[in-house]
Write a protein that binds this ligand. Structure first.
Ligand code: ADP
Ligand code: ZN
Length: 731
């Protein structure tokens, strides 16, 4: 970064816009000048677009033809650290800066003047004529001692029509004022009492406080089983950030499910934080964006994109459930919020806390190498202990075909019911059945646009493609051979499991929880709260229930298919299965009642299953680390995925072959290129997909080499190329 921080009227400035251009554009600074980082409106062709003054202009264009900045927007300029963060994140993910700016300005109407609304407070004097209604209005205003109301609030509180209030305004007894709609968020009070911490928790908190007080960047891995009090501990870190006058950001994976968390924040700090997620209204997003920039949102709780909010003084980032795969954005800009949180914190001297019961191998390795501090909570809070884990060897169970609840599991559920306790049956598969097979011709029904099977959703009475979301009504006859009445469901999904459970436990209250069964996040939240209050004997759930909810009366977890995640070739299959099984098992026995987890498996001798059962975590991670180190794959080597796609399969492969033949820049850094090969899902939404995989040593300058490699490409027609650095999924 160089050049001046302020540009006089007429100076050339380089402006970054969110338009897909590969360079900054020159403009003349407006009357009154502008600061570097200012958000501005500039003309682009016939349009006006949003941009940021990035620095001095290039000056490689006839000055007299350069157009002027239209105006500087009334929002806090982008801070140096934010510009640096966007630049570094762009370099890391090989994303154009314009796309990064789009991420950083995800709020509508940033350029609009602050919108105002009318508020009402106590004026002077007494009304000309005292009616009951008028007296009620005045007593409400007096009761609230000077607080302002909106018209609707005041009329409702006093139980009068709005014309009564308006009448009082005319007489000056009530005052009408304009007030900005984008109000600051309430202050949070770190001095409200916290819970009495256990010794373990106290030690963790002290370490974090000291780290925050240092005012320097650093990352800590906060590890502890579900229920050990990680949330309790990191709320104390938030308290310390607030005391230091700095802002805090808590990232959560399943933003739909934060009701419980928001309540805990309110109990601890006396007010609710700003909540940033895709479900927030436009007005709310704009309010948060502005207030965060003015330092008037002390705490933001949000989904991964909250990392790109313009914090004024961000001192702490919590990444809760840091191993969660939803932190990797798989659309548009391909970034991992966990890694970007670390980068962002390094730019603004903030601390990062990565919290998890089952950390990713990446974080485990960083802690092992001493790059991250390690903070561990050893025991569950209170008397509760981790559930006992046992396998049910499915080879030895007598089961009628088309059923998935083994006699052993069934007995265990019945025992819990007799004691008035809850059981959870877990299957990580949505829908009724993964395969719909025609018994006449043997064909499986597939998606017309993707290389994927259609999954029957009986609840919706449709077939659905889990790749592209395409649905169609369940046909009567086979789409291939036309024979009627021969379509059969093969394999279990959550809906089919629910059907089986209803038959097996006819007088039990059974609740099924799957993300696609609820119209809204709110409905789902309500359901989860009901269950927590004990309103079900048996809960049937997908991955959704594995995440952080407290079900105090739940003491048994039955995993229907513990082997499911081990299939397939994903390099993280073992890690994911290990994490998921431990998370799910952690749902059992959270309160005073001891829990049990039963894993139905056909391969109880599999090393991953054995590690899960024995609870030998360190043993598992060490074995997993050894294997990946040997193979030179992440986190001990670097990988990038290249996905090529287009409507014409030959053209896509041609492009891949051109790239493979011209791999000089990659060979120069010792990297290897694999492919082109059809992607595991070779067609999505009618586009053919071809993958290439690049492997390099840990220290290799991979991004630079890839940039040089793809720079000469000119993509013709509808061909697309995207680069996925540190790919998480290989579909
Ligand atoms: P984690 O985030 O590790 O799953 P939580 O912080 O959610 O654990 O703690 C689990 C439960 O135990 C919560 O209901 C929490 O309020 C409670 N808890 C944890 N520590 C304490 C404590 N020191 N005093 C009282 N309750 C606690
Ligand atoms: Zn499809």
């Amino acid at each position: 970064m160089h050049g001046p921080d302020f540009f006089e009227h007429g100076d050339l400035v380089g402006v970054l816009t969110a338009q897909p251009l590969d360079r900054m554009l020159d403009y003349k600074a407006p009357e009154g000048g502008c600061f570097r980082g200012a958000f501005v409106e500039v003309p682009l062709g016939p349009r006006k677009v949003l941009g940021v003054v990035w620095g001095p202009g290039q000056g490689d264009y006839d000055y007299s033809k350069v157009r002027g900045v239209i105006r500087v927007l009334d929002v806090a300029p982008m801070r140096d650290e934010m510009r640096m963060f966007l630049r570094r994140a762009a370099d890391y993910t090989l994303t154009p800066m314009s796309a990064m700016l789009r991420l950083a300005t995800r709020a509508p109407g940033l350029g609009d003047p602050q919108s105002m609304r009318k508020i009402y407070r106590l004026g002077t004097g007494e009304p000309e004529r005292k009616t009951d209604a008028r007296t009620r209005v005045l007593s409400v205003l007096r009761d609230y001692g000077g607080l302002a109301f909106t018209l609707k609030e005041l009329a409702e509180a006093a139980d009068v029509t709005s014309s009564v209030v308006k009448g009082l305004v005319k007489q000056g007894v009530v005052r009408e004022e304009d007030s900005p709609r984008d109000l600051p968020f309430p202050k949070l009070d770190p001095e409200l009492p916290s819970k009495v911490l256990t010794e373990d928790q106290e030690r963790a908190t002290t370490t974090m406080r000291a780290a925050l007080q240092s005012g320097k960047y650093g990352t800590a891995l906060l590890k502890g089983v579900t229920g050990s009090g990680k949330t309790e501990v990191y709320l104390e870190a938030v308290a310390e950030a607030l005391r230091l006058g700095r802002q805090a950001l808590v990232l959560l994976p399943e933003i739909a499910l934060t009701a419980e968390f928001l309540n805990r924040v309110e109990v601890r700090f006396g007010a609710r934080p700003a909540e940033w997620h895709s479900g927030a209204t436009m007005t709310e997003r704009r309010r948060i964006w502005r207030m965060v920039g003015q330092g008037e949102a002390p705490l933001v709780v949000g989904a991964r994109s909250a990392l790109f909010l313009p914090f004024r003084d961000l001192g702490l980032i919590i990444v809760d459930e840091e191993h969660d795969t939803s932190y990797k954005q798989e659309d548009g800009v391909l970034y991992n919020a966990r890694d970007m949180a670390v980068l962002r914190a390094a730019m603004c001297s903030a601390r990062v806390i990565l919290a998890s019961a089952t950390p990713s191998l990446e974080s485990w390795a960083n802690a092992d190498a001493g790059k991250y501090d390690r903070i561990e909570l050893k025991s569950r809070f209170g008397v509760s202990v981790l559930p006992e884990m046992k396998a049910i060897d499915m080879r030895a169970e007598q089961m009628p075909s088309g059923t998935w609840i083994s006699p052993s599991l069934r007995r265990a559920v019945e025992e819990r019911r007799a004691k008035g306790e809850q059981s959870l049956l877990f299957i990580n598969r949505r829908g009724y059945a993964p395969i719909t097979l025609c018994r006449a011709c043997g064909q499986q029904i597939a998606c017309d646009h993707c290389d994927a099977r259609m999954v029957e959703h009986r609840f919706l009475k449709r077939l659905m493609c889990h790749q592209c979301g395409e649905t169609k009504p369940m046909p009567e006859e086979c789409p291939s051979c036309g024979v009627e009445g021969k379509l059969a469901a093969v394999g279990p999904g959550i809906e089919r499991l629910a059907e089986e459970a209803e038959a097996a436990f006819p007088d039990a209250t059974i609740v099924t929880l799957s993300s696609d069964m609820f119209g809204s996040a709110r409905a789902l939240k309500a359901k989860i709260e009901e269950i927590a209050e004990g309103d079900a004997d048996i809960v049937i759930g997908t991955q959704l229930v594995a995440k952080g909810h407290n079900f105090p009366n739940l003491t048994l977890v039955g995993v229907i298919d513990a082997d499911l995640g081990l299939q397939g070739s994903d390099l993280r299959a073992a890690e994911r299965t290990f994490q998921l099984m431990r998370q799910v098992a952690g749902r059992a026995g959270r309160a005073e009642k001891p829990g049990q987890a039963l894993l139905q498996t056909f391969q109880p001798e599999h090393p991953v299953i054995r590690a899960i059962l024995s609870g030998d975590e360190d043993g598992f991670w060490e074995a997993e680390a050894r294997e990946r180190r040997g193979a030179g794959v992440p986190p001990y080597g670097r990988m990038a995925g290249i996905i090529l796609s287009g409507p014409d399969v030959a053209a896509v492969f041609d492009l891949g072959n051109v790239l493979a033949r011209n791999d000089g820049p990659l060979r120069a850094i010792g990297a290897q290129v694999y492919g082109p090969a059809p992607a595991p899902i070779a067609r999505v939404r009618g586009r053919h997909r071809v993958r290439m995989l690049i492997k390099a040593e840990k220290g290799a300058p991979l991004q630079e080499a890839i940039s040089r490699w793809i720079a000469p490409l000119r993509l013709k027609g509808d061909l697309r190329l995207s680069v996925d650095i540190d790919p998480q999924s290989f579909y």
